[in-house]
Design a protein around this ligand. Structure first.
Ligand SMILES: [Zn+2]
Length: 109
């Protein structure tokens, strides 16, 4: 599989995961509206707040990964993909297969 196919398949997977995670966050928010979550002494409210911040940070992670994928696709388009952005050396193929969004070589990464 070439870099573009890998990135595009990763992009589809990440978008699907993001959709699920956003649904989780929406469900947690809906659940918190149905309970006394505003009451800070309510243990259930504390659990919901924790779940909500966990789910929100997973959403942010997925969004960041999506940004990295888009940046890697842009580098493929302008011909700088696979070149270390620090030292300019080619990024070894095994590193790119393991991490298609890599922007630096092993030494600089
Ligand atoms: Zn480098």
């Amino acid at each position: 599989m070439d870099a573009r196919s890998r990135l595009e398949s990763d992009r589809r997977t990440t978008l699907a995961r993001l959709a699920l995670l956003q649904r989780d966050v929406a469900a947690i928010i809906a659940a918190s509206e149905g309970s006394n979550a505003d009451d800070e002494h309510d243990p259930e409210g504390a659990t919901i707040a924790f779940e909500r911040s966990q789910a929100t940070s997973l959403v942010q992670q997925a969004e960041r990964h999506l940004t990295e994928i888009d940046a890697a696709l842009a580098r493929l388009d302008d011909g700088t993909y696979g070149v270390c952005e620090v030292c300019g050396a080619p990024i070894p193929a095994p590193r790119l297969s393991a991490r298609p969004v890599a922007r630096t070589c092993v030494t600089c990464g």
